[in-house]
Write a protein that binds this ligand. Structure first.
Ligand code: NAD
Length: 362
């Protein structure tokens, strides 16, 4: 069956890793027609918009997209296109597996974690009050009136909404994911001891949902700071983690570090109707155009996409090809060599060539 998929190449290293991924996906045996869609700085330059409506329309039509990373300059008015896509399409679940492949440099062997991050609210909702604006002064005055708490007048403020609806939806997704994927345990990560009305609500809802899965999936709770330490000391104690948006973002990078770094960490943003697959890493602008970035994370995001499309044979072949190339350690990018300065490392496109050659033998 032919699938029509929206391809957003992204910017920075996005073009290089996207091209590598679509070549490998095509070689996996799946029949895919790509609809190209520009978003980010390039789209702004060409159309005057960071996220043109045709990008969202294309994903709505095709239901599935593969997306390269897009730069979000820090501290400017430039809103994150990545966050906007997730919000506009209500891709509420961010699924990030962290798995060690033999041959990857890592302190640990046999890690197999899945991070499920709530994608639609929390401090990433984009509700912000700029330092010095009249709206911020009004809010500070209102908070003083309601709570008798002082906020310094020269403050910027970001709002953290956490709802029962979104918490229940993500926790249920995590438990259903665990059941479907033969996982044993879900750990809810929070800071409910301090933020009682937001993280406390998330935890309360998680406990309720967990009750429906008693006897099938074990439920555990962990405070996010302790969880960070536990993960770097005893990652094998964990299975599926479910977290609000901000902690999910941070902990998924931590887990990427446990399994060899951002170069090998794939991800998926899932909604009820649509799904967008993308690597955990960003656009690594310093490597742009250098044919240096590791394409594995983007290719493994393609593997997740193939599974979502029920192209299980193609997904398995592609994952095996990636795994074998990494295990052999010859045609791999700098970050997968024991010494990153090893001159025998290959570039993005040559690693993709090696994966495609491997696919011919599987
Ligand atoms: P980053 O993930 O782009 O890069 C951090 C470092 O990780 C790089 O300098 C590099 O050393 C390494 N790295 C990342 N990807 C790699 C790869 N494929 N191969 C080898 N090494 C790799 O994070 P950053 O520098 O914090 O962010 C750069 C830009 O990307 C920012 O504008 C940020 O907002 C954006 N970003 C986008 C997404 C997304 O599109 N979903 C995600 C994260 C960050």
């Amino acid at each position: 069956m032919q699938h029509r998929i929206t391809l957003i190449p992204g910017d920075g290293i996005g073009y290089e890793v996207s091209l590598a991924a679509i070549r490998c996906i095509q070689a996996s045996g799946a029949d895919i027609q790509w609809d190209n869609a520009l978003a980010g700085q390039d789209a702004l330059d060409k159309t005057g918009e960071l996220l043109p409506q045709n990008v969202l329309d294309s994903i709505k039509k095709n239901k599935v997209a593969l997306k390269g990373p897009i730069t979000t300059p820090i501290g400017t008015g430039f809103r994150s296109v990545n966050v906007s896509i997730r919000q506009a399409l209500d891709l509420f679940a961010c699924v990030r597996p962290a798995k060690t492949y033999p041959g990857v440099k890592s302190r640990f062997k046999d890690i197999d974690l899945v991070i499920i991050r709530e994608n639609s609210e929390d401090l990433y909702s984009g509700i912000e009050y700029q330092e010095g604006s009249p709206e911020t002064a009004d809010l500070i005055a209102q908070i003083k009136k309601d709570t008798n708490k002082n906020i310094r007048p020269d403050s910027g403020i970001t709002i953290k909404p956490i709802s029962k609806f979104a918490s229940e939806r993500i926790v249920r997704y995590a438990f259903e994911y665990a059941l479907e994927n033969n996982r044993k345990k879900v750990t809810c990560v929070h800071k409910a001891n301090i933020m009682k009305f937001t993280d406390g609500l998330f935890l309360q809802v998680a406990r309720q949902v967990a009750g429906e899965f008693t006897g099938k999936i074990t439920f555990e709770e962990a405070i996010v700071d302790n969880m960070s330490m536990q993960l770097v000391q005893k990652p094998h104690n964990y299975d599926v983690l479910v977290l609000p948006n901000l902690y999910g973002d941070i902990i998924s990078d931590l887990c990427a570090g446990l399994v060899g770094g951002l170069g090998v960490a794939p991800g998926a943003n899932i909604g009820t109707q649509m799904a967008v697959f993308e690597a955990v890493h960003g656009s690594a602008p310093k490597y742009k155009g250098k044919n240096k970035a590791n394409p594995t994370a983007m290719i493994l995001s393609g593997v997740l996409m193939l599974r979502h499309l029920k192209e299980n044979k193609a997904a398995l072949r592609l994952e095996q090809a990636v795994s074998q190339v990494i295990a052999e350690g010859k045609f791999v990018t700098y970050d997968l060599k024991p010494d990153p300065l090893d001159p025998s490392c290959v570039g993005t496109s040559e690693m993709a060539d090696a994966i495609i050659n491997k696919l011919k033998k599987i």
